[in-house]
Design a protein around this ligand. Structure first.
Ligand code: F6R
Length: 608
């Protein structure tokens, strides 16, 4: 989801901004720009397409300024035109932005009512005008940013420069990452350490909700309550490696925390933020309205993403779905009606069983669509249509961000199918899209509950077996929680449909058995609560994951309660995936396991 670089340098910095942006090219982008202070005035240069177009413009009219910001944009709100490219500016400031400002429409109306004129279709421009409006009320740049940030909803990172302020750069992060780079009499801002690798290896990572005021000699950090805070600088390996762990101990932790950003980036690829509609970035060789059955096949976590997708396709598009583990599907000799659709899901795009399922489906004259994270992979190359997940490289063997990006694509495809099949009205589609746009922000909220999960992990590390329960999409999510836990902590865990409990697994329950219950406020909430009571009656050690105060509603003794933000029920799986991942992660850490490379597992399973 875009890249940010900011520099307070000693010499002309325009080409250094581009150099930093080049390191972020892997994130994908379709326009780029810089804003540099030239004699105190903000000068912007922006270009459609790749960085070489921006470089050509900069060579034609070189800039001499020593302070500036740069950006690569992956179009979200509005087309990838020069006019929509960042930085966005007013007479007082320029700003670059990653992520989504959820309430941009409200803010834009408010600012337009004050007579402020917008020049682009982007959500970013509201940030420029909002901070400018506050500065017009005699606030300093720093005061205005402090007052503006609480008004912005969503997951984002921002970088600002101000007219007449050649020694000031302000950055802010919520949900999307941002790092400060410390040079010798120079200071940098970057959306990850990689962008800053050409300039410095001394990096301070902002914590979520932080913002920072930089000059060439110092950095002052504030938390989301605008209180001054201290943040430590550290040496990074980013120069040596393509991907680094940032300030996390493990790749898995980094990847869990990247989710607000990568879900947002993937959403932006499939949603027209301006109209609030799903817009697939590719043509389809079939008409959803004529598809009789959708088959889905995948392995492991990707298969469980498909299970959740099945609920969405059936409910939102009334499309019959059959889903199979690829290793079974490939030999099942399933009859398929020519002209139907086969969806395969894979992070690596190289999984041998999934590839075999794809080839079988092709033989059966299916239209094959793949949801893959590696666009150059074999599965992508052999598919008729590729619906990419934009999770970026996933290094931890246990899949986390690829999973939620797969969910993102599946949700968008289900909505597109629902519209094409005449099941979803325009109003309902917009309602669902609004819910999806809120997901990165809700996931960022859910990520704040790490402390109680760390405490719970110490308890779980003593268990030999763990049960996960859920209904609706929380059932496959329960299986995913169990899979994550067993993969990296080696504790035996099972995921069950909560309603299935009394048909067998309830026999296992005693006080030594932790039972983790996913209880979002959905239409089955009351039924899930009854199942929790069944567990309580048998002395099970209950871990309740549900909306704030769920424990009071359920009224049972619990081992732990993990509060999730209140949300509409349709897409709760995204948010409830976070505690499941964090529980597995922290339990494995407490137990001293090799989190990123668990025993016996490989990242890409290219054998049967
Ligand atoms: C679990 C996990 C595996 C993979 C599975 C499929 O954390 O990572 O279960 O999901 O091996 O891999 P891909 O998605 O590469 O096809």
């Amino acid at each position: 989801m875009c890249g940010i670089v900011g520099i307070l340098g000693r010499e002309a910095i325009a080409f250094d901004l581009v150099e930093g942006l080049k390191r972020l090219e892997y994130r994908g982008y379709d326009s780029a720009g810089v804003a540099v202070l030239e004699g105190g005035e903000i000068t912007r240069v922006r270009a459609e397409g790749k960085l070489k177009n921006l470089e050509a413009k900069l060579r034609e009219a070189p800039l001499s300024g020593r302070a500036g910001i740069g950006h690569t944009r992956w179009a979200t709100h509005g087309k990838p035109t020069e006019n929509n490219a960042h930085p966005h500016a007013t007479e007082r400031l320029a700003v670059v932005h990653n992520g989504i400002i959820e309430n941009f429409r409200e803010l834009r109306e408010e600012l337009q009512a004050e007579g402020r004129v917008f020049a682009s279709e982007t959500d970013t421009e509201v940030v420029a005008h909002l901070v400018t409006a506050l500065m017009d009320k005699q606030m300093s740049a720093e005061e205005a940013v402090a007052a503006a940030l609480p008004r912005l909803h969503g997951a984002f990172a921002l970088g600002f420069v101000f007219r007449g302020e050649d020694n000031l750069l302000i950055g802010a992060r919520r949900g999307a990452p941002l790092a400060v780079g410390h040079g010798d009499g120079e200071m940098y801002l970057g959306s990850d350490a990689l962008a800053l690798a050409p300039f410095t290896d001394t990096i301070t990572y902002l914590e979520d909700g932080d913002w920072v005021v930089l000059n060439r000699a110092s950095a002052r950090y504030f938390n989301e309550k605008n209180q001054p805070v201290k943040r430590k600088a550290q040496k990074t390996q980013a120069g040596a490696f393509l991907v680094d762990k940032g300030n996390h101990r493990h790749f898995m932790a980094k990847e869990i925390h990247e989710q607000p950003e990568v879900i947002g980036r993937t959403l932006a690829h499939y949603i027209d933020m301006g109209t609030g509609e799903v817009r697939l970035p590719f043509g389809l060789p079939f008409d959803w309205a004529k598809v009789g059955r959708l088959s889905i096949s995948a392995c492991g976590t990707a298969y469980l993403a498909g299970q959740i997708g099945k609920y969405w396709f059936e409910r939102l598009a009334r499309l019959p779905v059959e889903i199979d583990i690829a290793s079974e599907f490939r030999y099942r000799e399933a009859p398929m009606t020519p002209g139907d659709v086969m969806l395969v899901i894979s992070q690596s795009g190289e999984t041998a069983d999934t590839l075999a399922a794809l080839r079988y489906a092709k033989d059966q004259k299916q239209h094959v669509m793949s949801v893959v994270n590696v666009p150059t992979s074999t599965i992508a190359r052999e598919s008729h249509v590729v619906a990419g997940t934009l999770a970026g490289p996933e290094i931890g063997v246990a899949s986390t961000k690829a999973f939620t990006c797969q969910l993102t694509v599946l949700a968008c495809l289900a909505i597109a199918a629902g519209r094409a099949r005449g099941v979803l009205s325009g109003r309902r589609e917009k309602e669902l899209v609004t819910q999806l746009i809120a997901i990165p922000g809700l996931v960022a909220e859910a990520l704040k509950h790490e402390a109680p999960i760390e405490a719970l992990a110490r308890e779980l590390s003593k268990a030999t077996d763990v049960l996960y329960l859920g209904r609706g999409t929380s059932f496959p999510l329960a299986m995913e929680g169990a899979l994550k836990l067993k993969e990296i902590s080696y504790i035996h865990a099972e995921g069950y449909a909560a309603g299935e409990l009394k048909h067998g697994p309830i026999a296992l329950i005693d006080e030594t058995m932790p039972v983790i219950v996913m209880a979002p406020r959905d239409p089955w909430f009351e039924k899930t609560v009854s199942n929790v009571q069944e567990v309580a009656a048998r002395g099970g050690a209950i871990v309740l994951i549900g909306p704030e105060g769920v424990g009071r509603e359920v009224a049972v003794d619990t081992l732990a309660e993990i509060a999730m933000p209140e949300m509409a029920p349709d897409f709760s799986a995204f948010v409830y995936a976070i505690p499941a991942q964090l529980i597995a992660y922290h339990t494995a850490v407490v137990m001293g396991k090799d989190v990123d490379q668990p025993r016996n597992l490989a990242k890409s399973v290219t054998v049967e």
